[in-house]
Design a protein around this ligand. Structure first.
Ligand code: PEP
Ligand code: MG
Length: 312
């Protein structure tokens, strides 16, 4: 049995009874991507493209974008790479977009919403993904941040498909999208739950404000309810649902997320081995039981300790 456990300490993620759970990484630069490619991971679950744009007074040239994305795709070869379109606004300032000053930027024009005034920027970015894909002979997955309604998801999907991209998804990080997941996901191929923003909006607690940080505990049962709602909404069409927020990096919480129906987890590269090892010891039935126990708890602390007791 020891040998069996060692064997499970490497390679693709799976529960003890062999249900595959892809173990992916969150990265934000080409250097990080190249370093992660040398590790035992199944791909990139979230490539934050902001680094190309942040603080810039001019939009990066199409050629620079293509080269950057192609370098990432090259590094990962056949493995999955999920690019997120520019998540500008709020905590991610991008001067060249010319967005207005806002009283409440987290509730303002950010993420996909910036396409309302700067559709051209999104169109060029999608073109850069498609061009990088054809140069490298790969098929990247592409998703939009901060989607709140079915109409926004539909518009993004048709734009991305019209640009020649074939794996199109949305992030679920606004409670309205989690609650109405079946409709929001009707025209896309996958969903990726961003638990950082989903917690911020569900708990009405600014993720940049230390005073309210305890409310943003990823074990908040309300957050788990929203993850469950997303998985239920996606299940009709059997769409793959992943988590790419910080929650995915906590091994016990990863077990809970799998019990809720999540089938890929994207995290900081260093978190992958512990998550893989913990998942490999839990059968899907135990994951489901852990999810029930966590959702039945009244607060994050009791959810955490009830699951710790269950998993031993
Ligand atoms: C999230 O909101 O959980 C997420 C993964 O995106 P970011 O942290 O970049 O907003
Ligand atoms: Mg987010």
């Amino acid at each position: 049995q020891v040998a069996e456990r060692r064997a499970q300490a490497t390679g693709p993620g799976a529960t003890a009874d062999g249900v595959p759970v892809k173990l992916l990484v969150n990265v934000g630069t080409v250097d990080e991507a190249v370093a992660a490619a040398g590790q035992d991971v199944e791909g990139i679950g979230l490539f934050r493209t902001e680094f190309l744009f942040l603080g810039r007074t001019e939009e990066p040239e199409l050629a620079e974008q293509i080269e950057t994305y192609a370098a990432v795709l090259e590094a990962f070869g056949e493995r999955r790479v999920v690019f997120r379109t520019l998540d500008a606004g709020s905590d991610k300032p991008v001067p060249f977009l010319g967005l207005a000053e806002e009283e409440n930027p987290a509730l303002g024009v950010r993420g996909l919403r910036t396409a309302t005034s700067r559709l051209d920027v999104l169109e060029r970015q999608l073109r850069a993904f498609a061009e990088a894909a054809s140069r490298t002979g790969t098929e990247p997955w592409v998703m939009a941040p901060m989607v709140s309604t079915p109409a926004e998801a539909d518009a993004f999907a048709s734009l991305a498909r019209g640009t020649g991209l074939h794996h199109v998804g949305v992030m679920v990080e606004v409670p309205s999208a989690a609650l109405r997941a079946a409709q929001v996901l009707r025209s896309v191929d996958f969903a990726s739950i961003g638990t950082n923003d989903l917690a911020q909006y569900a708990l009405a607690a600014d993720r940049q404000l230390g005073d309210v940080a305890p409310l943003l505990d990823p074990w908040q049962p309300a957050l788990l309810d929203l993850v469950a709602s997303t998985c239920t909404g996606a299940s009709g069409r059997e769409l793959p649902v992943g988590v790419c927020g910080e929650a995915a990096a906590d091994p016990h919480l990863a077990v809970v997320l799998v019990g809720l129906g999540v089938r890929s987890l994207s995290m900081a590269p260093r978190a992958v081995p512990a998550v893989r090892a913990t998942l490999a010891e839990a059968h899907l039935s135990l994951c489901r039981r852990a999810a029930e126990v966590a959702r039945a708890a009244a607060d994050p602390q009791s959810a955490r300790s009830a699951v710790a007791e269950l998993l031993g």
